[in-house]
Design a protein around this ligand. Structure first.
Ligand SMILES: Cc1cc2nc3c(=O)[nH]c(=O)nc-3n(C[C@H](O)[C@H](O)[C@H](O)COP(=O)(O)OP(=O)(O)OC[C@H]3O[C@@H](n4cnc5c(N)ncnc54)[C@H](O)[C@@H]3O)c2cc1C
Length: 414
């Protein structure tokens, strides 16, 4: 019987091992941690947004980093297949806002337990505390690997070592080294889905304030690169929250070295004229007050001094003395409150890693290396990255399934 070694017991590795074992191969799943799915348990703030209840085209569209490469993987094992698989292994699911799928229990541990059950039923062997140091290749064919400094001979290897973010979970970028050593090109890893640091330090004074239903645009050299609507969070270093994570992959310098500007529209539901009329009503109502005490109906209290400063109005100025020009400046700071982006937070703090093993050197129909026979890749180690909403886990499960299926068939049909 042919043997397959699977490196890494994250979602990609666990599904790959299970699927290869179901095809009749002897499967050994090697994980350097002392337990399965260490990153999986912290996903979705401990609730694990396992997938997005969407069709293949929608899944592809929500993976801005090489989504089309995943077409076959998503078609082989899509969101509904994953949901059925988890339910069959005892994980009851529910669909929330934005088609995000979570375990009914809101406990990511239940997803890990379901995957453990699936592995047990498939007869894949799990070896914990097993660090893979090197791949063994002869004449362009995988012949084994080195684990805890000992050789392990096998006919196929599936590398599922994840990216290089949140390294305490075990995802320390080992797969990039393993792949590069056998000739693969590694697209330089960089943070995706990551908070942004700002040059201005006023966000610090607002740390913890979350703004729902705002519009965030990223501008460079006067050009709008991307725009998102939703929730934004101020932090001690700058900005975070769902819409910031989504736009963060555009904050990477190409040839244009102009700084990136984050422009926040605090009132996207109103046109400039509607907002001006609304402001006039509020100023009328509070005409005896100072401007800093006249905007409570419009804005969260902590944000008021920032908006007034951006409009260059002294905050103690009486409302009845506010000029039309100053009011127009207020409208403008309410609709485009600007921050200069210093850069993304480091890779270690990113939700996913963009970059990784180049998709050009992997067959999208099998996940097999085009350079080394018997070598397969699955999950975040590949140069793919998706938006929040369950798309990254779906990508890991789908590629894990496809790699496991194809590697399993390859070694059992020899
Ligand atoms: C805080 C946070 C929240 C997230 N929330 C979500 C979410 O809700 N929904 C979503 O879709 N995505 C989410 N993600 C992204 C998602 O977790 C990853 O994309 C996904 O886990 C990638 O799966 P993977 O199997 O490729 O790699 P990983 O889950 O990173 O697993 C890789 C495994 O390989 C092991 N390993 C590494 N090197 C070696 C080696 N040399 N030898 C042996 N073992 C090795 C590691 O220890 C690890 O267990 C989140 C990520 C973070 C950090």
């Amino acid at each position: 019987m042919g043997t397959i070694a699977v490196v890494g017991a994250g979602p990609a590795g666990m599904l790959a091992a299970r699927q290869a074992a179901l095809r009749g191969a002897r499967v050994i799943l090697l994980e350097k941690n002392d337990r399965l799915g260490k990153k999986l348990v912290i996903t979705g703030k401990g609730r694990c947004n396992v997938t997005n209840d969407a069709d293949v085209d929608t899944l592809v569209k929500n993976v801005p980093g090489n989504g089309r490469f995943l077409y076959s993987a998503f078609a082989s094992f899509g969101s509904r297949d994953l949901q059925r698989f988890l339910e069959e292994h005892g994980v009851r699911l529910k669909v929330e806002r934005g088609n995000r799928v979570f375990p009914q229990s809101d406990r990511s541990f239940d997803v890990v337990d379901g995957l453990r059950r699936a592995l047990e039923r498939s007869n894949a062997e799990v070896r914990l505390n097993s660090q893979v140091n090197r791949l063994l290749v002869e004449d362009g064919q995988i012949v084994g690997l080195v684990v805890n400094d000992q050789p392990l001979y096998c006919q196929a290897v599936i590398v599922c070592t994840g990216g290089a973010s949140y390294p305490a979970t075990g995802s320390t970028g080992d797969g990039y080294i393993l792949a590069a050593e056998v000739g693969h090109t590694i697209v330089p890893p960089r943070p995706a889905l990551v908070p942004l640091e700002t040059v201005e330090d006023w966000p610090k004074s607002l740390a913890g304030l979350a703004l729902k239903n705002v519009e965030l645009s990223i501008l460079q050299g006067g050009r709008k690169l991307v725009q998102e609507f939703g929730e934004l969070l101020f932090t001690h270093f700058g900005i975070s929250g769902p819409i910031v994570l989504t736009v963060s992959r555009w904050v990477t310098h190409g040839k244009d070295t102009n700084p990136f500007i984050a422009s926040i529209n605090l009132k996207p539901a109103l046109t400039q004229e509607q907002l001006d009329r609304r402001l006039q009503r509020d100023l009328e109502k509070y005409q005896r007050k100072a401007i800093k005490n006249a905007l409570d109906d419009l804005l969260p209290k902590r944000l008021i001094p920032v908006v007034i400063a951006a409009a260059e109005i002294p905050e103690d100025k009486p409302v009845h003395q506010i000029t039309r020009v100053e009011r127009m400046r207020l409208v403008s700071s309410l609709t485009s409150l600007q921050l200069t982006i210093k850069g993304p937070r480091p890779l270690s703090e990113a939700i996913v890693t963009a970059g990784g093993v180049s998709t050009k050197e992997i067959d999208p129909k099998t996940m097999q290396s085009k350079l080394v026979r018997g070598l397969f890749f699955a999950g975040e180690v590949i140069d793919v990255d998706g938006y929040t909403g369950g798309f990254n886990l779906q990508a890991a499960f789908s590629t894990g399934y496809l790699a496991g299926e194809k590697a399993g068939l390859q070694v059992t049909q020899r």
